[in-house]
Structure formats: structure tokens, C-alpha cells
Design a protein around this ligand. Structure first.
Ligand code: ATP
Length: 254
């Protein structure tokens, strides 16, 4: 297994955010994680990056406990987190500085990754000259340029309009297929989880744990997956799981 969460608990003072959380992620897998607001999705990602320590249990990457942040794990957040005073190229290069890549090599690696996300012609643009979708592409390029084995994504497309979001979803699948990265992708959106994930881990409300992992098994990932009748079936299955877990009040008003 690439990543293992074993009986992970996370408490913030008296509040338990995660309890008995178990999940395995396979090498090269695209796993999506859905759950209600506040169920601990972002906390899980913080644990996986090593920015936060679990209260109990363990998180293993390649069989080794996560001790802190590492270049083997790249992160893309909802907010672009680009430096406004740097060009797209310099933003991607910045990520490479930490990896010890010699200065003269950084520009060519950065450009190659801007090309990978379709922004080869925008290397000298500043973030304010780019659309939201383009800025998020730069953020993805910056993470990929460091060549992490695992890409952790926390609602990276949530702030984008529907059409841009669908375009970026397609592009991300393409990048995943080309690079073979292991991707853990957090989302609120059931459609997005089904479209992107080979498996969808459905979480319970706080304290979060895995309710069920749904295998999403399309014959092929090419073509319009959303038009496949099975897309609707998976969507409904996940919706039902989330609804079963919702509070009686939410069910009554929902
Ligand atoms: N540093 C912290 N101190 C105290 N409580 C925290 C802290 N970080 C998170 N929490 C709490 O832990 C719970 C889980 O938070 P988290 O952000 O992981 O949820 P989430 O599933 O990502 O939510 P959303 O989908 O709304 O982004 C929330 O109730 C939150 O208030």
C-alpha cells in the first residue's frame, strides 16, 4: 500500500474530529474522499502532509510513519496560493528551489510542467493576468514539478465555475494517466468524486471515519462518463450513504 491510515484519531482539546479512521490507498490510485462539512477531510490531509500529528493511531506512506512534511507529498489547496509578484514560471520554479534543483535547470523543468497543464504560452504572465482556472493549473504545475509520488488535493476546483471545473477535471485525469501519481482528492461534490475516483471513500459526520469505500468501475474512462447509466448509479449510492449518515434533523429538512 502507498498510504495507510490505521485507527487514526485526532482530537482538538475536548473535540474529537476523527476517530477510528482506517483507509488504504494503493500505489498509482486516484482516490476521492467525500463527506459532510466538518467531518475532518482537511484534517486528514493535514495529517498526511505531516503538518499535524494524530492523537492516536498511525499514518504510513510506503510503510514508514509520516514524521513531517516531505517532498514525496505535494499539496494543492482550494486557494491558489501563488505569489502575486512572481510570474507563472517563477511560481513553479519557486517550488523547485526547496528540492535543491540547480538554478539553471529550474526554468526548463518549470516550463515543461506549465506545458503539461496547457500553459506553456503563459509562462511570463502574472497571477492577476490569469483566470481562476489558469491559476489553479499553475498551482498544480508547481506541485507536480517537484515530482512527488503522492498528490494531495483539497477541493482544488471548488472556487471555479462549472465549465472550468469540468475542463480541469478532464485535464487532471489525463495528467494522472500520464504521470502515474497516487492522488488523494477531497471534495464535497458527489459528481466530482465519481468522475475522478477509481474508488470513493465516503466519510461519516464528525467524528469522521470511513463509512464505506465505493469502487467506481467504468469499462473505460474515455468518452462522456457522466452519460453512462452507471454514473447515476454510483452517484445515487454515495448520496444514499451520505444521507443515511446525516442527522435526523438534516433528514427531516433535507
Ligand atoms: N485547529 C483546530 N482546532 C480546533 N478544532 C479544529 C481545528 N481544525 C479543525 N477543527 C475542527 O475539526 C472538525 C473537522 O474540520 P475539517 O476542516 O477537517 O473538516 P472538513 O471535513 O474539511 O470540513 P469542510 O468540508 O467544511 O471543509 C471541524 O469541526 C473543525 O471545527
Amino acid at each position: 500500500m502507498k498510504i495507510r491510515f490505521r485507527e487514526v484519531t485526532k482530537e482538538f482539546g475536548a473535540f474529537t474530529a476523527l476517530s477510528g479512521f482506517n483507509l488504504d490507498v494503493r500505489p498509482g490510485e486516484f482516490l476521492t474522499l467525500v463527506g459532510p462539512s466538518g467531518c475532518g477531510k482537511s484534517t486528514l490531509l493535514d495529517l498526511l502532509t505531516g503538518l499535524v500529528k494524530p492523537t492516536g493511531g498511525e499514518i504510513l506512506v510506503d510503510g514508514r510513519p509520516v514524521e513531517g512534511p516531505g517532498l514525496d507529498r505535494g499539496v494543492v489547496f482550494q486557494q491558489y496560493a501563488l505569489f502575486p509578484w512572481h510570474t507563472a514560471l517563477a511560481n513553479v520554479e519557486f517550488g523547485l528551489e526547496a528540492t535543491g534543483v540547480p538554478r539553471r535547470k529550474r526554468a526548463s523543468i518549470a516550463l515543461r510542467h506549465l506545458e503539461l497543464v496547457g500553459l506553456g504560452g503563459f509562462a511570463s504572465h502574472f497571477p492577476h493576468e490569469l483566470s481562476g482556472g489558469m491559476r489553479q493549473r499553475v498551482a498544480i504545475a508547481r506541485s507536480l514539478a517537484c515530482d512527488p509520488e503522492v498528490l494531495l488535493m483539497d477541493e482544488p476546483f471548488a472556487a471555479l465555475d462549472a465549465q472550468t471545473r469540468e475542463t480541469l477535471q478532464e485535464e487532471l485525469l489525463d495528467i494522472w494517466q500520464r504521470t502515474g501519481k497516487t492522488i488523494v482528492f477531497i471534495t464535497h461534490a458527489i459528481d466530482e468524486a465519481v468522475y475522478l475516483g477509481q474508488r470513493v471513500a465516503v466519510m461519516t459526520p464528525s467524528p469522521g471515519r470511513v463509512r464505506e469505500v465505493v469502487d467506481v468501475d467504468f469499462d473505460t474512462r474515455s468518452g462522456d462518463l457522466r452519460a453512462d447509466p452507471r454514473f447515476g448509479e454510483y452517484r445515487h449510492r454515495i448520496w444514499s450513504l451520505l444521507r443515511e449518515e446525516a442527522s435526523p434533523l438534516a433528514q427531516a429538512i433535507g
